[in-house]
Design a protein around this ligand. Structure first.
Ligand SMILES: [Zn+2]
Length: 274
């Protein structure tokens, strides 16, 4: 059965490649995305609205201002995809963050203690923005829906689903926002490394010290223990990963040299760091 599914996926992928193959800007990797960017953005907005209905928005002006500032600096340097960025801080112990296609970014206060400062927050936010810019969500939806055998007319399929819970749920899981619906799909290693690499560059261009990147993931990884947060389980850390981050730091430092320098920025408010 697996072999059959694999064959179908290969054949459909080859057929679809005529229209759905593209290269990721910044890495040149070939990817197959059958959804359109506008469909992804539409699903991103639906998912965002669902999340805002369920989650509690922070009312802390100091913390909100920091999230906005970091987000806007990243948005200003990331490749222009016509995203309508929004940066929202959600009050929750969950250490989590994600960027939906179309540029809706959610950060949970629970991740602050791992970030420590603005540059730590920039590491997380630029990594998440990179997932969206590189259309990893669309790629994951494509993979998922091909396996389900609805590869033909994928856009039509999603369109027919409209605002249905099914389409939104598929999208949420694919976009990394699945904690809401209890389905957390881990990003593949390829996606993680790509988001690390691209995110590190955005962060440096935005003016944050890219050396903090490796520090952040190290801090996050070592804090896992037996109580591994969802964010971490979908972002597998490894010795290989920090080694790669270190490799990319030199390249990012060259970008940082030509950028405004905020260093580590301000320390996040102490009440979140306990
Ligand atoms: Zn990631």
């Amino acid at each position: 059965m697996m072999r059959f599914i694999f064959t179908v996926v290969v054949i459909v992928s080859m057929a679809a490649c005529a229209t759905g193959c593209r290269k990721v800007e910044g890495t040149g990797r070939n990817q197959l995305v059958l959804t359109s960017a506008s469909t992804e953005a539409q699903l991103g907005v639906q998912a965002f609205n669902e999340i805002l209905k369920k989650e509690k928005r922070s009312t802390d002006p100091e913390a909100i201002a920091i999230v906005q500032r970091v987000g806007q600096r990243i948005a200003a340097v990331a490749p222009d995809r016509g995203f309508k960025y929004e940066f929202v801080l959600l009050e929750s112990k969950q250490p989590n963050a994600f960027c939906l296609p179309g540029g809706k970014v959610c950060v949970y206060t629970g991740i602050f203690k791992y970030c420590q400062d603005e540059a730590g927050l920039a590491t997380v936010m630029s990594h998440e923005v990179a997932h969206a810019i590189a259309r990893h969500g669309g790629e994951r939806m494509t993979q998922g829906l091909i396996v389900q055998g609805v590869s033909t007319g994928l856009n039509a399929y999603l369109k027919n689903q409209g605002v249905s819970p099914t389409a939104t749920n598929v999208a949420m899981a694919a976009f990394g926002a699945g904690a809401q619906i209890g389905v957390m799909l881990p990003y593949s290693r390829t996606h993680e490394y790509e988001a690390d690499y691209l995110g590190l560059k955005y962060m440096a261009q935005a003016g944050y010290d890219p050396r903090v990147g490796e520090e952040f993931w190290g801090r996050f990884a070592s804090s896992g223990g037996s109580n591994v947060p969802a964010f971490l389980s979908t972002h597998p850390p490894s010795a290989e990963r920090s080694r790669k981050m270190r490799e990319h730091t030199d390249e990012a430092m060259k970008l940082y040299a030509q950028s405004p320098k905020y260093g580590k920025g301000v320390t996040l408010p102490a009440r979140y760091l306990k």
